[in-house]
Design a protein around this ligand. Structure first.
Ligand SMILES: [Zn+2]
Length: 90
């Protein structure tokens, strides 16, 4: 025999970009999905610094929509290019 009772469980209903505030979840999916706990198709900038680092104990987690992620990715490419030039790489 199974005994049942009504439970209230928190679930992820939306994920917002930490830069622009728009949802990272496509509207069609958001409309038909009650729980987004398993949704992983979006950009994340994440770091956790441990013992011995200058940022020891610091954690960073930034959720990003596709346009903001691509802007950040372009910035990474600029930084990489500048770094390579400073090291004498082409
Ligand atoms: Zn955004």
């Amino acid at each position: 025999m199974q005994r049942t009772e009504q439970k209230t469980v928190d679930g992820v209903t939306d994920i917002l970009c930490d830069i622009c505030g728009t949802s990272v979840v496509p509207s069609a999916l958001r409309a038909h999905q009650d729980n987004l706990d398993e949704f992983i198709d979006y950009g994340v900038l994440q770091a956790s610094f441990g013992y011995g680092s200058a940022q020891d104990g610091t954690s960073v987690h930034v959720d990003l929509c596709e346009p903001c992620f691509m802007q950040l990715n372009e910035h990474v490419a600029v930084l990489k290019s500048a770094h390579e030039k400073s090291k004498g790489h082409p």
